[in-house]
Design a protein around this ligand. Sequence first.
Ligand code: R5P
Length: 292
Amino acid sequence: MKMVIGLRNSGDLAGKIAKKAGASYSPLESGNFPDGESYLRFKKPVKGNTVYLVQSLHPDPNDSLIELVFAARSARAQGASKIVGVVPYLAYMRQDKRFKEGECISSRHMALLLERSLDELITVDPHLHRYNSLSELFSVPAKKLSAVKEIAKFIDKKFSKDSIIIGPDEESFQWAMTVAAIIKHKSIIFNKRRSSSRKVKIKIKKGFDWKGKRIVIIDDIISTGHTMVETVKELRRRKVKAVHCICVHGILAEGALKKLKRAGAKTVVSCNTIPSQTNKIDLSGLIAKELK
Ligand code: R5P
């Protein structure tokens, strides 16, 4: 039997996935002891079942990673026949290089923990920059899904047909260009220089008349929001008519949503890979197809 189990960050999404996949659903009982240690318990027996553990690694990347690892190992100890980690947002992927002498390449160690606990991994739009594919990181089968079609559908339904799709940096081209190609919109990719987590500069090519244009900026992640904020500001300086921001993973740390609104973003929308008030694009159908 297929059993979908919702862990602490992804109960709602897991329930929707189970419904669409026609699988049984059970939330994991989880919490913390007074000293902070994790407690978890399966409410239904997992023995003999293929178990899908749904857990986004945000918020609380470290606690949620430990919970996923413990749940996977405990499911194995309790006789589950196959253990699949459904991790809609895979944290640590941006730490893919030793930027400074002595740094930990955390993505490698996150992957080691998961591959030793899971038989398979399913994730959505992982931040693949210096890795070309998940197989460079994971020795177990790791499937990458993409939200581009769902984002394209959303833009087609909600925003003007003449909107220009913007990718704020070189890495975002894979989302911005693909979405634009699906709905046949014009797309432009900007340049970004990042000197620290909170210092970003966006460069826009000269010679294009932005005045009065409607804009949709697309990126994989909004974290501190600085990438989007600086892009919105640059565009507003050039007198665009409206700017909307869309991302796959809405981390929205450190008041990013407020900062974006203050900068002049009309709408901020994310997919439901991470719990967030900005979630307007549902990916449960996309993920459920992988369970069939
Ligand atoms: C990095 O290259 C990603 O694609 C995003 O642009 C980045 O993670 C956004 O981060 P922030 O919101 O902190 O600027």
